[in-house]
Design a protein around this ligand. Structure first.
Ligand SMILES: [Zn+2]
Length: 63
């Protein structure tokens, strides 16, 4: 089918790239890694906050 070339889009900036690639450049790969790490840290932080809150609730509940 002419006109439709299999391709993907860079998941960071949306630029068209080769089907076997995920990023258009090393910069976008780095940006993605950074964002992923930030998100993971945030998830861990939220989980710890949740545990802490649960802990406080369990020990401050009226008997
Ligand atoms: Zn890109």
């Amino acid at each position: 089918m002419p006109g439709i070339v299999p391709h993907r889009h860079c998941i960071v900036c949306g630029k068209a790239i080769e089907p076997d690639q995920t990023f258009c450049s090393e910069e976008c790969k780095k940006a993605w890694d950074k964002e992923r790490k930030r998100q993971r840290n945030f998830t861990i932080f939220m989980f710890l906050m949740f545990l802490g809150l649960l802990f406080i609730l369990m020990f401050s509940a009226p008997r």
